[in-house]
Write a protein that binds this ligand. Structure first.
Ligand code: SD4
Length: 342
């Protein structure tokens, strides 16, 4: 057969083959590329490293955490660097510098940090005059044989580690405290409610340089405004304000510490995830458990939780309708609404 003849003979064959391939694969390509499908969301949920933090003010923190981890820092570095942003922000009246004082007009801070590998932890409670309690907590974890230092002992340790001491009470917070104090009669009115608490709890998941999965987290707060001096909330208590388990994931809390710490809520959330619940389901289960056992009504509990599993799936739930959380992972920086349990 001559070439032209063979070529003419082949034309219908190649044409039909082309149409067959086109009709088979083009729709598939379209489905996979359009960002409306669950598939795309699922994939973006898995991107690591991933950091989430309580409230919308956590967005600056999670962005910083991601920046730190993307620049080669560890997940623990990301956690610390992110929380430091909020601690240094004087306009935030519930964390670090500019925090709301205790009833005696002194700002007392609580913080803790946990690193999944080795199940390492450090905490400080009721520490005064130090802008970055999260970094002191990290020093407790890395430089001492202890887990929790409180009050003057924590401050003395911080000074030995090179931290500076100063007043954290801003003119704005001082004026608010003076007004509150002037209004108090014999019975002190502690303004417990959705407006009197905000903590940063920040948890993250990613791989270390050896490619091993790492979970870490931290928590920092000035606690309940006008609290009794010496009162310690849930935030520096492992399993209450924060819990990290490298086999499973991590959870953090914000809200009225007394209603979180009596139930070891973040430990419970992590164990619920271990048993197979999603992060959001685990947070909801923790709220339901407190609601079942507690004499307070659900609306008066003010307990809000977030969680991440070691695969980077995230979720949150709270009894406060406005509870939001921030998330940063490659290509994502946003504030999300958590599930409202009421
Ligand atoms: C506490 N949970 O001390 C902390 C701080 C707070 O929202 O109020 N968080 O109770």
């Amino acid at each position: 057969m001559r070439y032209e003849q063979r070529s003419n003979f082949c034309k219908p064959f190649w044409r039909s083959t082309f149409y067959l391939i086109a009709w088979t694969f083009l729709p598939l390509t379209f489905v996979l590329s359009v960002p409306h499908s669950g598939w795309t969301q699922e994939q973006s949920n898995k991107k690591l490293p991933c950091f989430i933090a309580t409230w919308n003010f956590g967005q600056a923190a999670t962005d910083k955490s991601l920046e730190s981890a993307s620049a080669g820092g560890s997940i623990l570095d990301g956690v610390e660097q992110g929380i430091r942003i909020v601690e240094a922000d004087r306009s935030n009246t519930s964390v670090g510098d500019g925090g709301t004082p205790a009833a005696n007009g002194v700002v007392q801070l609580d913080a803790c940090i946990m690193n999944g590998p080795g199940h390492a932890a450090g905490s400080v409670a009721g520490i005064e005059g130090i802008v970055h309690p999260i970094s002191v907590a990290r020093k407790v974890m890395e430089e001492t044989k202890h887990v929790l230092l409180v009050g003057k002992g924590a401050q003395d340790f911080a000074v030995k580690q090179g931290f500076e001491v100063g007043s954290l009470l801003t003119p704005n917070r001082k004026a608010a405290w003076e007004k509150w104090k002037a209004e108090q009669g014999e019975k002190v009115d502690l303004p417990i409610g959705a407006d009197n608490h905000d903590t940063i709890a920040l948890v993250g998941v990613g791989n270390n340089k050896a490619g091993e999965r790492v979970v870490a987290g931290g928590c920092s707060t000035s606690g309940l405004g006008y609290k009794m001096p010496g009162r310690v909330g849930d935030s520096p208590i492992l399993g209450s304000g924060l819990y990290v388990d490298n086999e499973v994931g991590a959870a953090g809390a914000t809200g009225i510490g007394e209603n979180v710490m009596r139930y070891c809520s973040t430990f419970f959330i992590v164990e619920q995830m271990r048993a197979g619940k999603s992060p959001e389901e685990a947070c909801v289960a923790a709220i339901q458990r407190v609601d079942r056992l507690d004499p307070l009504e659900l609306k008066d509990l003010h307990i809000n939780f977030l969680a991440i599993d070691k695969d980077g799936n995230v979720g949150a739930a709270g009894t406060d309708k406005g509870f939001q959380y921030s998330i940063a992972r490659p290509g994502v920086s946003e504030v999300r609404q958590s599930k409202w349990v009421h």
